[in-house]
Design a protein around this ligand. Structure first.
Ligand SMILES: NC(=O)c1ccc[n+]([C@@H]2O[C@H](COP(=O)([O-])OP(=O)(O)OC[C@H]3O[C@@H](n4cnc5c(N)ncnc54)[C@H](OP(=O)(O)O)[C@@H]3O)[C@@H](O)[C@H]2O)c1
Length: 405
């Protein structure tokens, strides 16, 4: 397959692609298992149509933009964050809609990581006489587009959801006091930011220890000033429990109006304990366990992928996040550091689990960003596992290289 020609955009064209990226961001968490995409149609320097991926399984962004543009799509230029699809899955291929509408030129920020497309959409458009341009992969707009695609890339190439691990810790690295008390480590601005993050994912996952200790809601509660769009359904509330020992009065088990709760429960849990957890809004998903007796986390993630979940927010606690780190299943970290000290040798730290034996094997962060949120500091980045830290680490690094493609 021939390589696409890459281009440098004019200022006005950059604005159009930025608009397309903003549209894609606005539907994050609302499109799984399809990627969030934005598209803008421009004719004679004027925007004539725009669109974002509609909730599953509605029209793709390009088709929404074409619909808005109507006859003005003829001879227009399309700015789109992802290569138009050329295969019919739940909707007809976008390439055919663009050809039929008489679009003149298509500017694409990122190629489709789905091996079934991966350049074939661009090729089909070119065959039909449409001018096609792909942003240089080092262009900041192309980077932003690939960043938005990371969950989809992990799903289609890694067969599991993309996992963002988020925690709040004190300056001395504790996620709770030695008594287990964790309310609150971070301040209101950081907590408001965390709800924006929750709104961008398909599921919010905690270990049973956190469910038992904190009795969380795991709901999205956006500030009145938030610009996030409404969504058809809230993120799934997910709890992993090997033992099935969850107090029956937990909020997660008694608030079906706040969203579904899925319990990823060990296969050895006796039937009567399972029966005690079954109630409206609660779904039990039986999972195989490791020899240690704990739920096999990799298999649990694969199961969530099969259910169409593309981006999981892992919100602790120490044991579960540590297990996820040990099996190289954390893709992104978002850590809020609060300028407070709590001390205590037995106070929990963010990552329990086995850990790595040497500092030379430490995972590092790619695309690292920091931001202040009130008095707190947010540090975010893509986790890069040391290639020789484990076989799984190599696999994870391989997947990341594909994402950077
Ligand atoms: N500051 C923060 O951001 C933050 C966030 C969350 C939690 N926390 C704090 O963290 C503490 C709870 O952490 P924790 O370590 O005790 O519990 P946890 O990590 O929340 O949950 C551990 C439990 O998850 C279940 N599990 C099933 N499969 C597992 C696997 N493969 N690996 C690990 N766990 C698995 C087990 O449940 P069963 O026992 O049912 O088998 C296990 O006991 C609380 O004090 C909470 O306040 C802080």
């Amino acid at each position: 397959m021939p390589e696409e020609s890459t281009i440098v955009l004019s200022e006005q064209e950059r604005e159009m692609m930025q608009r397309a990226l903003a549209l894609a961001r606005s539907v994050e968490g609302r499109t799984s298992p399809r990627p969030p995409v934005g598209a803008v149609l421009v004719r004679d320097g004027q925007m004539v149509g725009q669109g974002a991926t509609a909730p599953p399984y509605g029209p793709h962004a390009e088709v929404e933009a074409l619909r808005e543009a109507g006859p003005h799509a003829q001879g227009a230029d399309l700015y789109v964050t992802l290569e138009p699809c050329c295969i019919a899955l739940h909707t007809p291929p976008c390439t055919e809609a663009l050809i039929a509408a008489g679009v003149r030129r298509v500017v694409v920020a990122a190629r489709d990581p789905n091996p079934r497309v991966d350049g074939r959409g661009l090729q089909r458009l070119r065959q039909a006489g449409i001018e096609v341009a792909l942003l240089d992969e080092d262009d900041p707009l192309a980077r932003q587009a690939r960043e938005l695609l990371r969950p989809f890339t992990t799903l289609v190439r890694g067969n599991r959801p993309y996992v963002t691990a988020k925690w709040a810790m004190t300056l001395d690295g504790k996620i709770a006091a030695h008594t287990g008390d964790a309310f609150w480590i971070s301040g209101p601005p950081a907590r408001a930011w965390a709800h924006e993050l929750r709104d961008r994912v398909d599921g919010i996952l905690v270990g049973a220890g956190t469910a038992r200790r904190d009795d969380p809601w795991l709901t999205v509660r956006l500030a009145a000033s938030s610009e996030r769009r409404p969504r058809l359904q809230p993120p799934r509330r997910l709890v992993i429990t090997s033992s099935g020992q969850l107090p029956p009065q937990l909020r997660l088990l008694n608030t079906p109006e706040a969203g579904e709760t899925w319990l990823l429960i060990g296969e050895q849990v006796p039937a009567e304990r399972r029966a005690a957890l079954a109630r409206p809004g609660v779904r039990l998903i039986e999972m195989p366990c490791e020899p240690t007796g704990r739920v096999d986390l990799r298999q649990a993630l694969q199961r969530l992928a099969a259910e169409g979940l593309m981006h999981i927010l892992l919100e602790g606690g120490a044991a579960l996040t540590g297990s996820a780190f040990d099996c190289c299943c954390i893709d992104h970290v978002a850590v809020i550091v609060a300028p407070r000290l709590i001390g205590g040798a037995s106070a929990p730290v963010p990552l329990a689990g086995q850990g790595l034996p040497r500092l030379s094997l430490a995972a590092t962060l790619d695309d690292q960003r920091t931001q202040t949120l009130g008095d707190d500091l947010l540090i975010e980045g893509e986790v890069c596992y040391h290639p020789s830290s484990s076989v799984a680490g190599e696999a994870a690094e391989g997947a990341k290289n594909l994402t950077r493609k």
